[in-house]
Design a protein around this ligand. Sequence first.
Ligand code: ZN
Ligand code: ZN
Ligand code: ZN
Length: 139
Amino acid sequence: MDDRNESLILERKGVRPTANRILVLRAIRSQSRPVSLTELTEIMETVDKSSIFRVLGQFVEHHVVHTIEDGNGILKYEICDGEDDCTLDDMHAHFYCEICHRTFCFKTTPIPEIELPDGFTAESVTYMVKGICPHCSRA
Ligand SMILES: [Zn+2]
Ligand SMILES: [Zn+2]
Ligand SMILES: [Zn+2]
């Protein structure tokens, strides 16, 4: 597979593309939904959990990925489309399936704007809809 896309994304975010970083980024990109550390260790059998965890920390710091809480206490990572910061525009609605525990991105569903009282500044918004995904409702 071609490493160039992953390298470019990392360089654009100011992260030096090492072999592990490229692998982790590719693993996240290969899923079209937010993934947890546990899911990543299952996808990447060749990289150990602590290395993945370290790389994820660097990715979060450089806004390569951002985290969302999946509605069940589990942190999940997804590619950040923001330039050098996580903007509120970058946030979108998510759906948590209570049967298969997967989290889905609804990128075209913006989070409704919430009016905050004076003195409050929003930094991030989590909008999580919980229910049953199409796959599980067929089963
Ligand atoms: Zn972001
Ligand atoms: Zn499901
Ligand atoms: Zn998402």
